[in-house]
Design a protein. Sequence first.
Length: 238
Amino acid sequence: MGSIVRFENVGLRYGSDGGSDGETLSDLNFALAPGAFYFLTGASGAGKTSLLRLLYLAQRPTRGVIQLFDEDVVTVPRERLPGFRRRIGVVFQDFRLIPYLSVYDNVALPLRVAGVEERDLDAPVREMLAWVGLASRSDALPATLSGGEQQRVAIARAVIGRPEILVADEPTGNVDPEMAGRLLHLFDALNRLGTTIVVATHDIHLLSRVSNAQTLRLEAGRLSDPTGALRYPPRTGA
Ligand SMILES: Nc1ncnc2c1ncn2[C@@H]1O[C@H](COP(=O)(O)OP(=O)(O)OP(=O)(O)O)[C@@H](O)[C@H]1O
């Protein structure tokens, strides 16, 4: 125990070209503490999305060890990956809402996939829609929503299954500062319920808006540690 995510000597290279220095991500060594809030910052192209894709198991590293929930997820059999993915909520940079499903059905989707009975769906879905301020838009199709509203649907869908980790890639990228503040407030509230949060952003103004957040910074595929977040968290129960 002690960490919920652990990267050891992780590197990622896309394709087969490039020499030994052709990696997109290099020498990543860090651990994330359960229940903590992290911002991942860095310039465009620094590798933020790539690191998040490793974290939510959309991409395997070229080298190194990645542990989630104290298990090695690089060598784990493929059929076990969905079980890990269900424990991680993802807010994609481009939302990825299902265009032909209503707001309600988009948010209900993870519960339906997890086999929750229809009669048990309604209350949590309506509660979540109210939480993100979209109770009155539940029948709308995504294309009829504003960018900020779509972003909130994406967030509701990511958190409805009560993931242990929430990963969000530029979740305030398309909204005005007021909406960005509201979305961060949602993440903060979720964090207070115990969810570990990782938010990638190149908007450094966001960083000061969550009082207990730590910052990880990527520069050309390597992590630096402005707030000391990378120090391995103390092991409990020692
Ligand atoms: N599927 C891919 N195949 C090849 N190269 C890729 C792929 N995805 C990303 N890259 C490259 O990896 C580097 C890092 O990209 P990444 O999207 O991870 O950066 P980022 O920090 O998230 O950028 P942004 O803030 O612009 O989203 C870039 O040079 C990009 O071109």
